[in-house]
Design a protein around this ligand. Structure first.
Ligand SMILES: Nc1ncnc2c1ncn2[C@@H]1O[C@H](COP(=O)(O)OP(=O)(O)OP(=O)(O)O)[C@@H](O)[C@H]1O
Length: 369
């Protein structure tokens, strides 16, 4: 998949930007605060979800701009295929509502997943394996979404049913047992589908990782944990989930949240060579595991969907030694598709194998070079 054109209007510090890129590597260099990550964030919004910063939509409007923001892109899924025109943004009258257009027609944000898969690695993810499980679950679900765009529907419906059940349990006087049972049936149906998609993704990704060398990037071994931190053995079946939610009504009402279910599962990673859990690995080892995970997942998605996801690697190159950096570039260049990389020094990207599209970013202005 190749992003051949990207235009931004009043997005973050970019008043107006227009970029054309080729397949292969795209290098963005510029000083701190120039606007490089903002460009990656705009690209991440071409997929469903809240983008790589999970920011609120109004925060993305350029300071001082009177309207909304707009991102326009042309994406080519494969050689010889017509580009797809994608647009997203907000209008001043409805700052909380994301507008999406696909080939000129209005569409739901979830439909973007049919056209675009994006994977990213940012410095904010450095501590993914030591922070709260919620971020890992979101990461897990992004991996699933890249492979299976229907995952968004199941997880959105599951979340909606979970919120509605929580409200009912919080006010027992209004809790209609039939309504509660119907919400739990929805939770069971969508929760089982969500879990099946997560398990399928992890099986495919683990198989891909198993075929990869241990060096130069550290290979992780991945598993799903349940809410007690134990390794998940059996899938969440719909009937079992229904029984679980019904049995835990009182506990969940007292806790003020649903205490068990797929929304409480966690992703665990263990270093394939040292067998240490990721949380106990060095920062460099954790980064290397994430990088190898993202690269392997890109291979999985390319195989399963016949299109390679766009890769956004924010400040990844600067943290690698020259040997690993060279290996990363060779791998990205050799696999087809398109990868966008950022760094403060043009020299970081000097030895990239071609074709390379290069941009210099300064104060929200973009120039070739
Ligand atoms: N809504 C906004 N309007 C205007 N500027 C914004 C907005 N949101 C963020 N910025 C600014 O955009 C600038 C560029 O941010 P960005 O994260 O893209 O920098 P960067 O080039 O990736 O820098 P670094 O190398 O330090 O990571 C920052 O100064 C930030 O404060």
């Amino acid at each position: 998949m190749t992003l051949i054109r990207l235009s931004l209007t009043d997005f973050r510090n970019h008043a107006g930007a227009d970029m054309a890129a080729d397949a292969g590597l795209v290098a963005l260099h510029g000083d701190n605060g120039a606007g490089k990550t903002n460009i990656l964030e705009a690209i991440s919004l071409l997929a469903p979800g809240r983008g790589l910063r999970r920011a609120a939509l109004p925060d993305m409007v350029r300071d001082g701009a009177s309207g909304g923001f707009a991102i326009f892109a042309e994406v080519q899924a494969g050689v010889g295929l017509s580009p797809v025109a994608l647009g997203t943004g907000i209008e001043p009258a409805h700052p909380g509502r994301r507008i999406v257009r696909i080939n000129g027609a209005s569409a739901a944000a979830g439909s973007l997943g049919e056209w675009v898969a994006v994977l990213w690695l940012t410095p904010a993810m450095d501590r993914l394996f030591v922070e709260t499980a919620g971020n890992r679950r979101r990461f897990l679900d992004r991996l699933v979404l890249a492979l299976d765009p229907r995952h968004a529907q199941h997880s959105n419906r599951y979340e909606a049913a979970l919120r509605a059940r929580g409200k009912l349990l919080a006010d027992p006087s209004s809790a209609d047992p039939q309504w509660l049972a119907s919400l739990e049936a929805q939770l069971a149906e969508h929760g089982a589908a969500m879990d099946a998609a997560r398990q399928a993704m992890l099986a495919a990704l683990s198989a891909e990782l198993a075929g990869q060398p241990d060096a130069p990037f550290a290979r992780p071994l991945l598993t799903l944990l349940d809410s007690d931190g134990a390794e998940r053995e059996a899938p969440h079946e719909a009937d079992a989930l229904k029984t679980l939610f019904a049995a835990r009504r009182r506990i969940d009402a007292a806790a003020g949240r649903a205490t068990a279910g797929p929304h409480r599962d966690d992703l665990s990673a263990v270093h394939a060579v040292t067998r240490r859990s990721a949380a106990r690995c060095s920062t460099g080892e954790q980064k290397a595991m994430l990088l190898s995970l993202i690269l392997a997942h890109s291979d999985c998605v390319a195989r399963a969907r016949a299109r390679r996801p766009l890769l956004l690697l924010d400040e990844v190159a600067a943290h690698l030694d020259p040997l690993r950096r060279g290996a990363l570039y060779e791998r990205l260049a050799g696999q087809g598709g398109q990868a966008w990389l950022t760094g403060t020094e043009a020299a970081l990207f000097a030895d990239m194998p071609g074709p390379v599209t290069r941009f210099r970013i300064a104060g929200g202005r973009i120039a070739a070079g």
